[in-house]
Ligand binder design. Structure first.
Ligand code: CA
Length: 235
């Protein structure tokens, strides 16, 4: 009989007392909890060790919670519960729009927070999202090894192709404009050649995917909008 691994939660919160309280609360619930007090250290920590879930405050010094989330989405597929002060309702909407799993407004009820965390983690485990590996149909990405398998066969991707694929895979089903891909994958805000760069790179990735998967139903062009990666085996 195997002993179930203790689930790990990263708390990113700059208010020291609140962070300590959250850690205590999560430990009471049987989770392993760690704290990072700012965005940069949170990203470093996430790169070193991907937890099962993150509780993310939006109002952080220097790098805010949105930026942490944006960067994290390049290498980790884990659920996020965002924390926000009540007066910033727009932030909550924005957080949910970019893909956060749930939110709590401060001040919150401890019991309710614990319940929501358990619900998210239970759901995440059931849908196999908690992992450093991601499978979309016949595409399998191992983020730790930076390896991609198509129908079980490893495929050689350039770093850009890998970054593009992993970003789109982590945001499965979402349509990305070339502008947003340029920003998220290449880190360019604006560049006149950007449209072409994205188009060519998507084209190269698409060719490799089509060859390896024997299917053109994964990486789709949404006319006039951009590109998206979907799992044709479930739709
Ligand atoms: Ca804060």
């Amino acid at each position: 009989m195997s002993i179930e691994k203790q689930q790990q939660i990263l708390i990113v919160e700059d208010e020291v007392e609140l962070a300590g309280m959250l850690k205590y609360l999560m430990e009471q619930e049987g989770f392993k909890a760690d704290i990072e007090y700012n965005g940069e250290s949170a990203i470093r920590s996430l790169k070193a060790n991907v937890p099962d879930m993150i509780i993310l405050d939006l109002m952080l010094p220097q790098m805010d919670g949105f930026e942490v989330y944006r960067q994290m989405r390049h290498f980790a597929a884990i659920p996020v519960l965002i924390l926000s002060a009540k007066m910033h309702d727009d932030d909550i909407v924005k957080g949910l729009e970019i893909g956060a799993d749930d939110y709590m407004t401060k001040p919150f009820n401890n019991k309710e927070l614990a319940l929501r965390v358990k619900k998210i983690l239970g759901h995440a485990t059931a849908t196999k999202k908690v992992s450093s590996k991601l499978e979309i149909g016949d595409i399998k990405i191992d983020f730790a090894a930076k390896e991609v398998f198509l129908k079980g066969n490893t495929v050689a991707l350039t770093p850009t192709e890998y970054n593009l694929l992993s970003y789109m895979a982590l945001n499965e089903g979402a349509t990305h404009s070339w502008e947003s891909l340029l920003k998220e994958v290449w880190g360019h805000d604006e560049w006149s050649g950007g449209n072409k760069l994205v188009k060519v790179s998507v084209g190269r990735l698409r060719k490799k995917l089509e060859e390896g998967l024997n299917s053109s139903d994964y990486l789709l062009t949404v006319w006039g909008m951009g590109y998206k990666l979907v799992n044709p085996l479930v739709e």
